[in-house]
Design a protein around this ligand. Sequence first.
Ligand code: 13P
Length: 257
Amino acid sequence: MRTPFVVGNWKLHKTIAESLALVTELKNQLAAVAAGKRVEVGVAPPFTALWPVARRLDDASVMVCGQDCFWEERGAWTGEIAPSMLVDVGCRWVIIGHSERRQHFGETDAGVGKKVKAALAAGLGAIACVGETDAERDAGSTTAVVDRHLEGALAHVTAADAARFVVAYEPVWAIGTGRTATPAQAQEVHAHIRKRLGEKLGAEAAAAIRIQYGGSVKANNAVALMGQADIDGALVGGASLEAADFIAIVRAARGNS
Ligand code: 13P
């Protein structure tokens, strides 16, 4: 019942020209792959490329996503971007609470909750990221960390938001390392996340919310990951920077490729 959702998080990569070259290729090649709505696809370019990318994708099914947003709509917040500004440039979704923002930019669980609330209020879909570090996994605290991240992200979410709220499970030790969680390891955490979603939002919402896996997803491991019962797509970093790699992952998520 859940349509898989694959998003390319470009992070700090690509000029406007490079962004347009990539989305033009995606648009042309994905028209057939994404037809029939058996998979949803998004790209999250850097802020500077959002407007031209959104124009280029105007008539395409690929959705444009922000990589972050702020929780206030306006005011003296130098350097920040409001959720409605992302809507204004053509975004449909925004990634919130990525581990790189938690690690390097002081993102807190409470801040993630406020950002999710503001994004949903502005009409955006929110992709909330959760996941443990290597040390946390070794210490046996994976579940505790994921629970804490989830609690923050879900602070202001209701069952009515289920279609516009996505959880991305991204174990920090798997991001950019080439060390992917095994399908079984990922499934175990995804099932736990769905259980928690059920406790907070009810069984119906929990069954509808997509849970993406992220962390070194590549063409060669995507089929096995996407085959797991509670993995509903991917949040892809490095492999989203080349059209062929990203399209192979979209195909894997769609199934019957
Ligand atoms: P990689 O796919 O490069 O490991 O990055 C994952 C990620 O952080 C996506 O948000």
